[in-house]
Design a protein around this ligand. Structure first.
Ligand code: GLC
Length: 800
């Protein structure tokens, strides 16, 4: 018998020359002599999928990331060849495939400039330990290229010069540069020569990205298994790249209820019931708006999911109702670990139905989390998700809970080296059985999906609300998210800002941080500055570990309470503006926050900016991120901007000093903007909206704005019962014209707009509504340039 103990190590392997080419509609396949096949799918004129196999046979084509609703179709597709290449031409791209080695070069079809080019291109190493390959790709970095995206990485916006790992990880008190952390979004956007493209590497194994870190001019990515399977997405506008990636991996399946965009208060943990009530009453007493209150793990009986502690919450249904009567929605936490306990029905049922994950050789996957030893549902199995979704019936339908917070779903396991399952755990993966190496990064996503299904079912006809900590690309279809266990430090305020911008640029806009920091204790100043940033994040929640003291808006003395109230009130005023931005995200995939580079990629000044960002389409915000500051320097993007507080007009394209005492922060409004506002409410729905305030910022020239409204909950908007107002503003020296186009069948409760004109350079002498002159008395016009007009006007003409 020969026992060969020496592993044969072949090193990097490469495709050889093409011996066969086939075209099947939009799928082109190139077979190399050594059995490698490259399959290119033309999904759209600007979206090409590249997929390689080294064995001559592709795996079953399945992805959790790609949505079935993704757009398909192209205007043009032609494949030609020259001596050295196959040449694929679409309306937007020209892609050369080298006949020698399958390497690709992609050009802009319009001006023929090079966009992206393989260096070594696809190569691989065989994996002796697990079978299959370590799949690798390297591309030449173009001159001046910079990189953005990758989900929740806690680093500066521009990723150039850095290397990253993607492996969803519970990361208590992570810091700047900690990698990996909670989310895996293997998508980046590159920008060079004013043109932008993106790469989405749809591979769920542990993966890596290197942006000119290992080698100065090379960008590469690789994964510990699976296929080299990536999408090339062309812009040339960065906003198009992000919108197309979002189209591919999905937009939120529905709008959030309007109250979800209000302010949320959380802590680990508010209990017993009397403590919860104390907190909610204080909000109302101090007149600080708040829509949601959270119950962390202590509401349960011994941390058993879907149970209530009889001692702390003897009558949850009554409590939830009383809170609801006061405008508070109750949100509860649900973790994946199910306590091993034969007396516990959820455990018993999961066991009987064989729904828990198992190790390779058969034993259950046992791991310690809050309840002690647990088993974990295999959320990659459709029947398990169905079962899980049904578990929410009582919580939602009967007790009246309005949202569910999924945590520890990396999945986090305590007291083990990898902080998660071992690699050998088996998963169904939608009928494509695999080990945890492949399923790890999607486990949390599938848990959130199952939770979402439950909420959708039992909240109907209201909209569901879910929050998740772990995520893979595509998770944005089901849920919102937060950035995990951050720390109460000034640096973490900056990190929260970066992470929210980065998530928005990674197709996942419904994001926020634990305001004030989860671990440790902020002082009042840090908390106030964090609230100022937080009100501009799509998800706005204070949360803390509770170990270090209180973190409610009133916990730091009256001065801070007043600042916090002022900014939360501003969020409530801006709700229609934020809701409109959310609509653009849900409808078109446009990120709710735009880093300056995404807003104006042509201005190279924006390429390394981190702090300033655009909220929605028209508001520029910049947090103050250090102590004792009376203001800060910041970059104002090109164009003219109004200081939100003073109406002073500043010219962009340069840095400015901006005053911002603790009760203020730098906020600017783009000239020409029309910003809708609601009155301050203590919770969404407290007041009927009797008038919509429109802040109109005069501009010499043209600008368009939009306001989207609907019932604020329910699904009627999908059937056309929404109200979309498109405004066109045109300012001249002695005239201001506003045109309105209304679409949708929803009738808003208010009948009039109150217009507030900012920066009008002339004194009004005459106003026409749809060509009819209206007396000032009717318009209730007054000295501060406000006037009241019917919401149904088509053209408003304001003259000197
Ligand atoms: C995790 C979560 C945190 C939560 C805590 C207790 O640390 O990230 O938000 O409060 O668990 O459930």
């Amino acid at each position: 018998m020969i026992l060969n103990t020496e592993l044969e190590y072949k090193g990097n392997l490469f495709p050889s020359k093409i011996i066969k080419y086939e075209k099947n509609l939009n799928v082109l396949s190139f077979t190399a002599e050594n059995g490698v096949i490259l399959e290119i799918t033309v999904r759209r004129d600007s979206v090409l999928r590249f997929r390689f196999t080294t064995t001559g046979i592709f795996e079953n084509d399945f992805s959790y990331a790609i949505t079935k609703y993704a757009s398909r179709g192209y205007n043009h597709l032609e494949v030609t060849e020259d001596k050295d290449h196959y040449i694929i031409t679409t309306a937007k791209l020209i892609c050369h495939i080298s006949k020698l080695d399958l390497r690709s070069s992609i050009y802009d079809a319009v001006d023929k400039t090079l966009i992206c080019e393989d260096e070594l291109g696809f190569h691989w190493e065989e994996s002796y330990e697990f079978g299959g390959d370590v799949v690798k790709m390297s591309k030449t970095a173009q001159p001046g290229e910079s990189y953005y995206g990758l989900g929740d990485k806690p680093v500066d916006n521009n990723l150039k010069g850095k290397r990253f790992e993607n492996w969803v990880t519970d990361s208590y008190a992570y810091g700047r540069d900690t990698d990996p952390i909670y989310k895996t979004i293997p998508f980046y956007t590159a920008l060079h020569n004013k043109k932008s493209y993106g790469i989405f590497f749809d591979n769920t194994f542990r993966s890596f990205f290197d942006f000119c870190s290992e080698r100065r001019n090379i960008t590469s990515f690789w994964a510990h298994g699976g296929e080299m399977n990536y999408y090339f997405i062309y812009g040339p506008e960065m906003s198009e790249v992000v919108a197309n990636y979002t189209d591919l991996t999905g937009k939120p399946h529905e709008m959030p209820a309007l109250w979800v965009l209000g302010y949320h208060q959380c802590k680990w943990s508010y209990y017993p019931e009397s403590n919860v009530k104390e907190i909610t009453s204080k909000f109302r007493e101090l007149k600080i708006p708040c829509d949601a209150i959270y119950l962390d793990i202590d509401y349960m009986e011994g941390f058993r999911c879907f149970t209530w502690s009889k001692e702390y919450f003897p009558d949850p249904k009554r409590m939830v109702k009383e809170l609801a009567d006061d405008g508070f929605k109750t949100i509860v936490i649900i973790d994946p670990g199910i306590k091993i306990d034969m007396e516990y029905s959820v455990f018993k049922e999961g066991l009987d139905k064989d729904y828990f994950c198992k190790r390779a050789d058969g034993p259950y996957m046992k791991g310690k989390v809050w309840p002690g030893e647990c088993y974990f549902p295999d959320f990659t199995r459709p029947e398990v998700r169905e079962w899980w979704s049904d578990l929410f019936k009582e919580l939602i339908e009967d007790i009246g809970v309005k949202g569910v917070w999924n945590d520890m779903n990396e999945p986090a396991v305590m007291d083990v080296p990898g902080k998660s399952f071992p690699d050998d755990v088996r998963h169904d993966y939608e009928g494509n059985p695999c080990s945890h190496r492949k399923a790890h990064n999607v486990y949390g996503m599938q848990m959130a999906r199952a939770t979402y299904q439950g909420l959708k079912k039992f909240s109907y006809p209201k909209r569901p609300f879910v929050i998740t900590r772990a995520a893979y690309s595509g998770t944005q279809r089901y849920t919102s998210s937060w950035t995990g266990d951050n720390v109460a430090s000034w640096d973490h305020l900056t990190i929260a800002n970066l992470q929210a911008q980065r998530m928005c640029m990674s197709g996942f806009s419904f994001i926020g941080s634990d305001i004030g920091g989860f671990a440790e204790q902020p002082n009042g100043e840090l908390y106030a500055r964090w609230i100022q940033l937080g009100i501009f994040h799509p998800f706005c929640r204070t949360h803390s570990s509770g170990d270090h003291g209180d973190q409610e808006p009133w916990a730091f003395g009256d001065t801070i309470t007043d600042v916090v109230r002022k900014f939360i009130e501003l969020r409530y005023q801006l709700l229609p503006y934020l809701y409109t931005a959310f609509w653009r995200y849900a409808d078109e995939g446009i990120p709710i926050l735009k880093s300056l580079v995404l807003y104006d990629q042509e201005d190279t000044q924006t390429h390394y900016r981190n702090d300033e960002f655009i909220f929605g389409e028209k508001i520029l915000a910049c947090p103050v991120t250090g102590p004792n500051q009376k203001g800060r320097r910041m970059y104002i993007p090109r164009g003219k901007w109004y200081n939100f507080w003073t109406d002073e007009v500043v010219k962009g394209g340069q840095e400015h000093w901006v005053d911002a005492d603790l009760d203020s922060m730098p906020i600017f409004v783009k000239e020409g903007a029309i910003i809708p506002k609601y009155p301050i409410q203590q919770y969404v729905g407290e007041k009927a909206i009797n008038e919509l305030l429109l802040d109109v910022y005069y501009k010499l020239g043209k600008e368009s704005s939009m306001v989207f409204e609907d019932a604020g909950d329910g699904y009627d908007y999908i059937k056309g019962r929404y109200s979309q107002r498109d405004f066109k503003l045109q300012g001249k020296k002695d005239e201001l014209i506003i045109q309105q186009h209304k679409s949708g069948k929803y009738i808003t409760t208010y009948k009039t707009f109150k217009l507030k004109l900012h920066g009008l350079p002339f004194k009004i002498s005459k106003i026409e509504v749809d060509n009819v002159e209206i007396p000032f008395k009717v318009l209730k016009i007054n000295g501060d340039n406000t006037l009241v007009v019917t919401k149904d006007f088509t053209e408003l003409h304001i003259m000197a």
